[in-house]
Design a protein around this ligand. Sequence first.
Ligand code: 3H9
Length: 702
Amino acid sequence: MTSPVSLSVEDGIAVVTIDQPPVNAINQAIRAGLKDSFEKAIADPAVAAIVVLAAGRTYMAGADITEFDTGVGAPGYHDVFRLIEGSDKPVVTAMHGTALGGGLETALSCHYRCADAKARMGLPELSLGIIPGAGGTQRLPRLIGAKAAVEMIFGIAPIKADKAHELGLIDRIVEGDLKEAAIAWAKQLVAEGKGPRRTGEMKVDTTGYDDAFLAEMRKLAGKRMRGQEAPERLLEAVGNSMTMSLEDGLAEEGRIGDEAIASDESAALRHIFFAEREVARIPGIDKSTPRVEVSTVGILGSGTMGNGIAIAFANAGYSVKIVDTAEAALQACEKRIADNYASQVARGRMNEEKAAETAALISYETDDNAFADVDMVIEAVFENFDLKKQIFARLDEVCKPGAILATNTSTLNIDDIAAVTKRPESVIGLHFFSPAHIMKLLEIVRAEKTSKEVLATAVDIARRIRKVAVVVGIGSTFGFVGNRMMIHGYIREADQMLLEGASVAQIDKAIYDFGFAMGPWTMNDTAGVDVMCKVLDTTGLAAANPEPFYNVTRKLGEAGRVGQKAGLGFYRYEEGNRAPIHDPAVDEIIASEAARLGIEPGPISDEEIRKRCVYGLINEGARILEEGTVYRSGDIDAIWIFGYGFPRFRGGPMFYADLVGLDNVYNTVAAYHQRFGDTWKPAPLLEKFAREGKRFSDWKAG
Ligand code: 3H9
């Protein structure tokens, strides 16, 4: 097998090149190749200095994450980095693209660093629940100071080359050809008699690394990485760099790093890293599948959804036409969009010119004939089946042949919507989550007749508008994946537990403490209790299910407590303030409903709240998996993490179930089945996998 690392020697300079597409992720072959090349270059009397660089679109983007499951094969990182750092010949490295994680740690073990102006550098390990375990916690503080090192690692996002230069992380920014510049610099170092300059021999600058700084960092971690252990592990490791020798610090880093890699938190975060990328892999679709050319997009409906979708598309460079027959609504939409761009400028996220240019991509029309020349229309009107059928018949008439007709429905049957058109192959569901320009999730709903071409186009478009798009089918499944699981598991249980004695605040807190972005009642008040009630009514779910089934939600809806927008929902809100306030009137509604149903309220533990909400999700998720509505369990995890605020560090509901053990989940679900009846009937796949000792991630569609 040819090594991904090559060595060439010219004019006294050895050039070591790493070439392993797509991102030069460091695995055993790269480590072995680096070791071999360095041994040769160091031993070669013709070599006076060594240059390390990477081929392709980026410098090394980190350790190969898949190796964490299998174990890091010899040679280890330290074997290689000791060799590089220990070289008596100066070692220059040149970075481009993204130098991340183990990639940047390689650069830290070199003696001199340069990069092109567009390069970015970072140690994003905390986002994977681990610490920079290949010397990063010891060498980075030595190079740029302990405070800057912790700030950079806690920041996760890579820093730009100019910032890296300012910090002393790199010595120079290179204009022109990076390789030539690095070789020229190596020759200059030799000519000037400059030898190695080892990071490991530097003394850590501890300026500003005090209790106040640590408190600030812990506060930041509490906000951005709530519930996670890796930030504390990192502080421990960096702390050692200030008191220990390099070798002792590295040994401790290894111990702490191994514990982090073995943690559930890291397993979950690594799972999501790959799940987020795997969702785009659709069986039967590849690069050769033809696509529909889409550059102009029509949006029907100028409500909150419509304007969020318009912003998402305009930001990605599409021309957008919003049509709404109600002139006043259209004007309000135009103003909201203008306000959005003004606020982007005010916050420094966009410059004025770019904001004006982007806003100008959106036009506003009252006549739907404007859709005659668009490549795709997304219908975003409220959930009314008859209305949507009329709309699709009309769109079919107005739009040019081949134009894609998409619906943003969250619950309706897309096959039935497609059936009113003469182009069912061009009809697809694009279920955005509000606010559509911010929420990462897009459920792409494949209807029975949706063509491969249209599906492939939708997946490409989703990537361009920076969504995590999960393809779900078949169009007729109620609520697709996310809403179906929410309604048939999560919130159903939360509602019932209110009747059984848990308070609104207790449920929200138990779920928030589990790691969700917010509890179910805060979420309902934000989204609108009326929205949930409407779904329950129009789909016939309320009528079809025996009581108690969303009794509290429905009572609140009937009482006009529709959520934050009304100042009254599951909580009370003061004018202009979103802070939820306990409202005894809600307790009364719950108590009288419980009495009417003959339910005797009693204490419920936080653990039971978490189990009933989350296991409810898992049980419904298992049905969805078995029905083949998604391709893999990670698709469901991505939906819940990117659309519903499920804690990322728990990996999504299905991965969380795998961690807890499907036998444990099954036993609890079976016990709930005994206690509460058929709503808790164990999903056959859960039962089967629990008996067979399998995990949901073992499941493959088809
Ligand atoms: C680390 O370094 C630990 C050390 O400190 C300690 C060790 C002891 N491993 O994202 P893309 C795959 S932890 C394996 O679509 P982009 C990715 O799955 C690591 N595979 O491209 C995808 O595969 P596929 C710290 C990886 O241009 C393909 O490469 N580093 C890795 O949008 C293309 O990726 C990180 O956390 C990896 N490390 O973005 C950086 N990275 O084509 C993680 C990528 O089969 N990576 N793949 O779906 C990234 O952030 C982005 O990939 C990057 C490129 C920004 C580099």
